[in-house]
Design a binder for this molecule. Structure first.
Ligand SMILES: Nc1ncnc2c1ncn2[C@@H]1O[C@H](COP(=O)(O)OP(=O)(O)O)[C@@H](O)[C@H]1O
Ligand SMILES: CC(=O)N[C@@H](CCC(=O)OP(=O)(O)O)C(=O)O
Length: 302
């Protein structure tokens, strides 16, 4: 038998009604979304990300964006002929590189994300983590083989003053935050965007932290070749299990999984790593029964 228009309408209604318990559960809750530089690669995906943020707002959730922009910073450094390297997943940030990081994140990527969202209306307001003392950081050192290594103006967030972000949320806005911090020492610091998103999620007492990246989630085995065909995505993991897994993880996933752990141990009910290459990944995760990607929970749900 051929599926007629009636069955199509039925399927659409089924999708909408499947969202009801999730709308009831998350209405009024803050959702902090880390939007990674790799997830921004494609124009259509950027549009669908912006659609999702506005959808969440209209559905009664309180979305907040913390964005990265690693690939965009790399491109600009290359154009200027400034060398840049990573140690333990963090950019070694010289004063010269810091100027570029701040310019690209605050002046370019932040503006692009705000502009995309605001095609729908006057919703997004951009800010740097320096604004209103949102993020205060201290100089961070990397650890390589048990030794402390200087990585320049990289910051570790020691204080979050989220009042300005809360005021924007209460006003019905979508705050869009760059991962730059100020220091009490007068310095400006480069903070990994996953880490910044987790710190903000904890400070806002968010219901969810969602990290959008360019892989399906956390693979149980990450092959050096990058061929993931034989590897399974870990669907759910508790804070205790993740603590055991962390030492065995490799570079890109380390700050992401540490961020998820910080979030759930800091009171956020769930943290997720999702594939930002899937259109509307956020809506699929929040409003469907299956969910997607990797979910981190404080403890096993009863
Ligand atoms: N176990 C793992 N599972 C999935 N991805 C992994 C794993 N280990 C390392 N990775 C790498 O981490 C990358 C994501 O981190 P990153 O490149 O910093 O992304 P983003 O720009 O989204 O922050 C993936 O593209 C993948 O290459
Ligand atoms: C200290 C440090 O490494 N900062 C990052 C900040 C941007 C970022 O985290 O961007 P993604 O989320 O796209 O990777 C950097 O300079 O690349």
């Amino acid at each position: 038998m051929r599926a007629g228009p009636g069955s199509q309408a039925h399927a659409k209604a089924a999708v909408l009604i499947e969202a009801l318990p999730w709308l009831e559960r998350f209405r009024g809750q803050t959702v902090v979304v880390k939007y990674g530089g790799h997830a921004m690669a494609d124009e259509t995906l950027r549009e669908s990300f912006a659609d999702d943020m506005v959808f969440l707002l209209h559905a009664g959730l309180k979305p907040v964006v913390v964005h990265g922009g690693g690939p965009q910073i790399n491109a600009h450094l290359d154009r200027l002929g400034i060398e840049s390297s990573f140690t333990a997943g963090l950019r070694v940030t010289t004063p010269e590189a810091m100027q570029v990081v701040r310019m690209v994140l605050v002046g370019q990527v932040n503006r692009d994300v705000v502009g995309m969202i605001n095609r729908h209306g006057p919703f997004a307001i951009g800010m740097s983590g320096e604004d209103a003392h949102l993020f205060t950081a201290e100089r961070k050192h990397a650890e390589v083989d048990g030794e402390k290594v200087d990585i320049g103006q990289v910051g570790e967030i020691v204080k979050v003053e989220a009042g300005a972000v809360r005021a924007l949320i209460d006003n019905g806005h979508i705050p869009v935050v760059s991962s730059i911090a100020r220091g009490d020492d007068g310095e400006v610091y480069n903070v990994n965007a996953d880490t910044a998103a987790a710190a903000l999620a904890v400070a806002l007492n968010a219901g969810k932290l969602v990290v959008l990246t360019d892989v399906e989630g956390l693979y149980a085995e990450w092959p050096a070749s990058g061929d993931t065909s034989g590897s399974e995505v870990i669907r759910r993991v508790t804070a205790t299990e993740l603590t055991k897994l962390l030492p065995g993880l490799s570079s890109g996933m380390v700050p992401k999984m540490e961020a998820c752990l910080t979030a759930v141990t800091g009171g956020v009910a769930q943290a997720h790593v999702l594939d930002g290459r899937v259109p509307h990944a956020l809506l699929l995760e929040i409003f469907t029964d299956e969910g997607i990607g990797t979910m981190v929970l404080p403890q096993e749900e009863s």
